[in-house]
Write a protein that binds this ligand. Structure first.
Ligand SMILES: *Cc1c(COP(=O)(O)O)cnc(C)c1O
Length: 349
């Protein structure tokens, strides 16, 4: 069965015709010596957007997180973050394997912890405790349900970090979703962050790439790690052009994804046996436990109707809206979801 409506992730987007044209026309050079004008423009553009001095173009968001850890953390030192965070759960243990980081996971609400929780997690600086060096926040919180950290909360968390001389890092995989959903600027969200990155391959719809930003000194160190881990991407202007195109054409339209996600959640609320979590951006998490199916079985049944979701925990299913999911796909997806939920209910009777 071919998947016609792929709600698995917002990484499923394909470069559009306009994006491919921009890529084909890109001016290029060797990225190594800042010789690629398109990569340089993308880095300047993102640094400016995020209010940071400098930026580096990297192949993926995972590499942005890992390189940020390598710059901020020495082996045995501790990072404070939410227990649902991508940096802990979805990067192959890279934080431990590469940077030697220890993680102190806080129990946030919808992936967002409080400044009080950070304060309570701070340990005395003595030889028994791992040295605490970094606080990490994820905007939007993926595991938390696509939730948007309010800017004041981020600033309050950063203030506690600063008071105890910890650095701050934002995993901004979907920062632009937070910007569009809240009306708060990207700069405002990450004003007090020492490092922050944007993913180009999620809602922004690029085939590859992410941009990590910070101070000049931070980016110089990040470049050293980029070199150690594989070096420069040569004529990467071809892919950086997709990033510039996305920043011009694919940011405001994230509002459509958010609207589609809300419509999806409203439809789910009417299906017996399904319970959807609150929707703030393009992520819709719902519990399928009451249908008698676990998430994996639910997804397999759904695929027979040409619809795919992703499965986090046994009962918790995730559907993401994105560039390749038009509004008209939502009623179709709901119809398939309803059939799977109801048919199983009928079979169980
Ligand atoms: C996708 C994602 C990443 C990793 O980004 P890739 O570009 O897929 O490597 C990191 N953090 C969060 C919150 C994500 O959703």
């Amino acid at each position: 069965m071919t998947i016609e409506i792929d709600l698995y992730s917002d990484t499923q987007t394909r470069p559009t015709k306009g994006m491919r044209e921009a890529m084909a026309k890109a001016e290029v050079g060797d990225e190594q010596q800042k010789g690629d004008p398109t990569v340089a423009r993308l880095c300047e553009r993102v640094a400016d957007l995020l209010g940071k001095e400098d930026a580096v173009f990297l192949p993926s968001g995972t590499m942005c997180n890992q390189i940020a850890l390598l710059v901020h953390v020495r082996p045995g030192e501790e990072v404070i973050c939410d227990r649902t965070s991508h940096i802990v759960n979805s990067e192959g243990g890279g934080g431990a394997a590469l940077a030697g980081a220890m993680f102190r996971c806080l129990e946030g609400a919808r992936g967002m912890f409080t400044p009080e929780q950070v304060e309570a997690a701070i340990k005395p600086d003595n030889r028994y405790n791992p040295r605490q060096v970094l606080v990490e926040v994820e905007q939007t919180s993926n595991g938390g349900g696509g939730s948007v950290w309010p800017a004041e909360r981020i600033r309050a968390v950063a203030a506690v970090a600063r008071k105890h001389k910890l650095a701050t890092h934002m995993d901004g995989a979907r920062l632009m979703n937070a910007v569009v959903a809240s009306g708060t600027s990207a700069k405002e969200f990450c004003r007090d962050m020492d490092s922050v990155w944007l993913d180009l391959t999620k809602g922004l719809g690029c085939p590859v790439g992410a941009v990590l930003a910070g101070s000049k000194a931070f980016i110089a160190e990040a470049w050293r790690w980029k070199q150690r881990l594989g070096g420069s991407m040569r004529q990467a202007g071809v892919i950086a052009a997709a990033g510039l195109y996305a920043l011009d054409h694919h940011v405001d339209r994230l509002a459509e994804d958010h609207k589609n996600a809300k419509t999806l959640a409203q439809g789910l609320a009417e299906i017996p046996g399904l319970a959807a979590e609150p929707v703030e951006t393009n992520m819709v998490f719902f519990d399928v436990g009451a249908t008698g199916l676990d998430g994996y079985q639910f997804n397999e049944a759904l695929k027979r109707y040409g619809v795919r979701v992703s499965v986090g925990s046994a009962r918790r299913v995730r559907a993401l809206t994105h560039l390749d999911i038009p509004a008209a796909a939502i009623p179709k997806a709901l119809d398939a979801i309803r059939r799977v939920a109801m048919r199983n209910e009928a079979a169980a009777e």
